[in-house]
Design a protein. Structure first.
Length: 122
């Protein structure tokens, strides 16, 4: 990190830190299906994470006012634990969406996905 030139813009060390692999070989995954806001579901989820070296990122209930509402969570987990996690917690894992705000240019944007301006107001 001695070549850091932060005042001149984004430094090269930021990218190196951002893509640095986890020391235990874990990857970030999202779990948006199978978890609910109940004691049983949350106990299984938290106990699995605590006893299997799984890092918990964010946990959000869909609506905290309703018991058993859907819960989404992000976890950092080893790939060989995916099946065991899903079997023991009931949650289904998926890869998170990747968004890069720094490296997109106008020619990289798919022109077909923008709303059609000619049909606006019809």
């Amino acid at each position: 990190m001695s070549d850091c030139k932060w005042p001149e813009g984004t430094c090269a060390c930021y990218l190196q830190e951002a893509v640095k692999p986890d020391y235990a070989g874990r990857v970030w995954m999202h779990c948006e299906e199978g978890l609910s806001l109940s004691k049983a579901s949350m106990s299984r989820f938290v106990m699995y994470c605590l006893t299997h070296n799984v890092e918990i990122g964010d946990i959000h209930p869909f609506n905290h006012l309703f018991p058993r509402s859907q819960v989404s969570a992000s976890v950092r987990i080893r790939p060989e634990q995916f099946e065991d996690f899903e079997a023991q917690t009931g949650g289904k894992l998926r890869e998170p969406h990747r968004i890069s705000l720094n490296f997109s240019t106008a020619d990289m944007i798919d022109k077909d996905t923008r709303p059609n301006q000619t049909t606006k107001g019809q």
